[in-house]
Design a protein around this ligand. Sequence first.
Ligand SMILES: Cc1ncc(COP(=O)(O)O)c(C=O)c1O
Ligand SMILES: [Zn+2]
Length: 418
Amino acid sequence: MTTAAISRAATAARLKGLKCRECGAVVPIGPAYVCEECFGPLEVIYDYDEIRRQMTRESVAKGPRSIWRYLPLLPVSEDCIVTLHEGMTPLVPAPRLGKELGLRNLWIKNDAVNPTYSFKDRVVACAVSRAKEFGFETVSCASTGNLGCSVAAFGGVSGMKPVVFIPHDLEPSKIAGIGSYSPTLIAVEGNYDDVNRLCAEISATKKWAFVNINLRPFYSEGSKTLGYEVAEQLGWRAPDHVVVPIASGSLLCKVYKGLHELETLGLIGPVKTRVSGAQGLGCSPVATAFLGNKDEIVPVKPNTIAKSLAIGNPADGPYALDIIRKTGGSAAGISDDDIVTAIKLLARTEGIFTETAGGVTIGTLAKLAREGKIGKDEVTVAYITGNGYKTQEAIVPTLPKPPVIKPTVKDVEAVLGR
Ligand SMILES: Cc1ncc(COP(=O)(O)O)c(C=O)c1O
Ligand SMILES: [Zn+2]
């Protein structure tokens, strides 16, 4: 057998199909995303007995320093992997931030240092690799900015053609970031939900791989690696509490799924992790439902500086809400001013400069800590999912202008106030 045939056979052995999250119907692996019976979303299902044979703590440790060390738990064949060495980002202790918030066991998962500076490289690596495996020639997406950057980068190196759709009013640094990879970039008059609707229409007529539409079941699996890595980096144990930003709600659901898969495989002990969700106050449909004790998530028109989280009608919102409730987690909506304060707090205390989504996460962490909703000794992980250089506009107006001086010691001493 060739290497490719061996890797396809291993994939076939561990992937059982796509299962509807609503009615449980199962269909074969293919570029499908909604159930034909009930229109529910489809999810990849695995044969965990087979994966137990393919994966141990030792085999993971010998794997690459990227998300691909967990290949048996990802829906891709080894010979089709498209990688920019994404993942295995630092999990760092945060003692100074912890001290300010009264938390004695706080960690930051710094995913702002991925190849295109956000966690989206994890999901896009999975989706683009799968698109290649399915034989697509074009990869596309509707993006709030970070996803577009990642699709442009991975699409470019994969040999497929990247086409990125964005809302026209994205932050200039995100537009520049996407443009640098030379994709076809199209700005749409409307918000993310409008762009997403447009892309869903296009996907019905063009044979393109829309990573977050027709490849969504494969794409979203990449986020599970943020659960795996944290458990491995903590010495193969689940954290007690995680704080996760919510846009569509997929990341939160997959961190939960990832931790529970490791438990199923016997790689970690019983998972009791409490999962809390973070949103910007101007786009907080999940936090609002949680705090109002409602089951229904009411869509909103986003108005927040956290544009990467500005999805007013989150596809995975109900599932995220359910996980927050059943794990005993919590949720919060953070105002624009508090997002900026939190960005600066993280930078000052731990030297990590995050984008507005990270401000939402740290703002939520601080709020929940103040309210006593995070235990002082809980092993708590806050997920920082994007880099501060992507949303400089958010903090520039709040920073003092540096004094401009002549290159003399006298001038230095004058500004130092001596
Ligand atoms: C920086 C950042 N963090 C978190 C998220 C949330 O992702 P999800 O849509 O999976 O909830 C996004 C989504 O765009 C993002 O860009
Ligand atoms: Zn169904």
